[in-house]
Design a protein around this ligand. Structure first.
Ligand code: C2E
Ligand code: MG
Ligand code: MG
Ligand code: MG
Length: 289
């Protein structure tokens, strides 16, 4: 009986692996087609300060496929990274978000940053810095408006090369943010050696900040790290006013999350900017006073 049971378990396992494998193949094939047929687009999530004003936008890629429907970027970015599609996908993201950002800042007066997620595959590609500089030049966007979001997976690569690329980018005025901070591989000693501009507090810590003392303590530690390294801070995944208030109390004064706005197409960003500029709206209620 035991042998039979374990054989069944193996079969189930095998079937699951096959399903996952077939899904991956299918996503890869459709993504290749999607990249060539303009099925991908960008949305932008506002980043706001403690006065509720929008100070930046994070560009997030979206894909609606004819056969697969909506596929989450968490899934297809991973497939792209493992199938040689990350460079074309990353170039699409850079080009599209800088072009749309340029069109926006032509129309609005307030200063805004643009944050773009960069995969480790792009970051470690020879010529990456030039790719970014060329895209900025093409779309006439100042390097000082651009924040590149990298993740702790970078620490698994060649440290000297990563450091060199970071220094190169910063020498042009481009800022670097560590995304999902606290969830990955970074050690504090590695972090200390990297000149980064911003830490993004991961949603998982923000989720528990009000009722879970461990999550709250984690946020306090991250705030202390940012201060001692002279880095700015932003919290992601803020869904409730109480979370924003707790973050302000702990010293994190910039936020991103559904409480303020979901990611929206660039055509809707101007409306969001008008809404958040209105002092009667909800975000303004988090003001410190
Ligand atoms: P991320 O860079 O950490 O982006 C934040 C994610 O949290 C986004 O998910 C965003 O829609 C979501 N989010 C923001 N506020 C809230 C909230 O209040 N509640 C909840 N539940 N979620 C919130 P999204 O767009 O699905 O992206 C997932 C991940 O995929 C990103 O995490 C990033 O790692 C990757 N990704 C997205 N776009 C790109 C891209 O253009 N290039 C690269 N390399 N990666 C990307
Ligand atoms: Mg990000
Ligand atoms: Mg993030
Ligand atoms: Mg995250």
């Amino acid at each position: 009986y035991e042998a039979k049971q374990s054989r069944n378990a193996v079969c189930v396992y095998k079937a699951e692996m096959e399903t996952a494998y077939l899904r991956r193949l299918n996503v890869e094939q459709r993504l290749r087609y999607g990249l060539a047929s303009h099925a991908l687009y960008m949305v932008y999530q506002p980043q706001v300060n403690d006065a509720g004003e929008t100070i930046g936008l994070e560009a997030l890629v979206r894909w609606q496929d004819e056969e697969l429907g909506f596929v989450s970027p968490a899934e297809f970015v991973d497939v792209a990274e493992k199938s040689g599609l990350m460079i074309p996908l990353g170039n699409f993201v850079l080009d599209t978000s800088l072009r749309e950002f340029r069109q926006l800042i032509d129309k609005v007066k307030q200063p805004l940053d643009l944050a773009i997620n960069i995969s480790v595959i792009q970051f470690c590609q020879p010529g990456f810095v030039d790719t970014v500089l060329n895209a900025l030049k093409t779309h006439d966007v100042s390097p000082s408006s651009l924040v590149l979001e990298i993740t702790e997976t970078l620490f698994m690569g060649n440290f000297d090369q990563v450091l060199q690329t970071i220094c190169d980018l910063r020498s042009h005025g481009i800022r670097l943010a560590m995304d999902d901070f606290g969830t990955g591989y970074s050690s504090l000693s590695l972090l200390r050696q990297l000149p980064l501009d911003e830490l993004k507090i991961d949603k998982s810590f923000v989720d528990g900040i009000v009722e879970d003392e461990k999550a709250a303590n984690m946020v306090r530690s991250i705030v202390a790290i940012a201060r001692s390294h002279n880095m700015s801070l932003i919290a992601e995944g803020v869904e409730e006013q109480a979370q924003a208030q707790a973050l302000i109390k702990m010293g994190c004064l910039r936020f991103q999350g559904y409480y303020f706005s979901r990611p929206v197409p660039m055509a809707d960003v101007r409306q969001v900017l008008t809404d958040t500029a209105n002092t009667d709206n909800i975000p303004a209620t988090i003001r410190r006073s």
